[in-house]
Design a protein around this ligand. Sequence first.
Ligand code: 5GP
Ligand code: MN
Ligand code: MN
Length: 329
Amino acid sequence: NYNRSLEEAVSFMKKHDRFLVLSHVNPDGDATGSALAVAQMLRNLGKTFVVINEGETPARFSFLPGFEQIRNVSQSPLEESFSAVIAVDCADRSRMGNVEHLFAQDVQLLNIDHHPTNDEFGTCNVIRTDAAATAEILYDLAVAGHLPFQADLALCLYTGLLTDTGGFRYSNTTPHVMESAASLLKYGVNPGEVAERCLEVITLGHVNILRQALGSLKLSFQNQVASVCVSRQDLAEANADREDAGGLVNYCRNIEGVEVGISFVEAEPNVVKVSLRARSYVNVAEIAKQLGGGGHAKAAGCTLHGSLDEVRDRVLALLGEVMGVKDNE
Ligand code: 5GP
Ligand code: MN
Ligand code: MN
């Protein structure tokens, strides 16, 4: 029961004194906004906490209150061991990255998430798979727990709602999302500024890598699938990093008539980050799950080992099976 789990999450926050707050590797706006929203709530409850990520948090989110306190534990290791951990927007333990050395043996772990592939890895789990964003669940949590809203908390939650709905455009944009967002605006969130920073601004590196990636565009299965590949060499030549390669998959999915868009980005030698987006009927979470990843029905991903060509062939073959199309032309 969702309401009961919200109550349990609030008592989890009240019961413990010191917390480790974290989100998933390569954090997005929902992961970062949600982690910082939890931090705001804990601060308001008089608790102490450390907010971490396994890696770096994109500078795009530096406008979020508390951003500068997020610790990149792969760069500045932490010695402390935590007995209370709050994980947001993580579908499973592996999404947290290499952070479990920070957990005490008898760690109490609060798992707050909206992914259908969530495996309830927490000791306390608040999962609503029809929520558009983890931030939407946290909005409900703040209401259920009578936690005070103020400008900082509102900005963090609004950012999660905005980014995980693609600017209130995806099919996960429900009345509840709009009502929550509207009420957050009343705390002084500037919607134009948040959208500008999260959705409009693109880096020069992104434009450069886009130019390269479009050259690799491949249409398969009677133009129902579109994919692009980005190698490490492409990234180097474009003076771009992995973060700059985000969003390429949308160009594929947005092509008229395409059902599934895919981007293959070589993150490390022989390690390929795969992003999948569906337009209507294909469930890409199921495909990603079969490949060791996960996500949502219309946006999912995984990381595979092999060369770009090997990984592309493997994913396209599986996709052809699932879509029931044989002819890979
Ligand atoms: P993206 O393609 O933007 O990295 O991710 C799209 C969606 O799939 C996000 O909701 C993200 O959380 C999920 N996702 C991406 N990669 C993985 C993965 O390796 N494992 C799991 N469980 N989810 C993933
Ligand atoms: Mn996320
Ligand atoms: Mn999310």
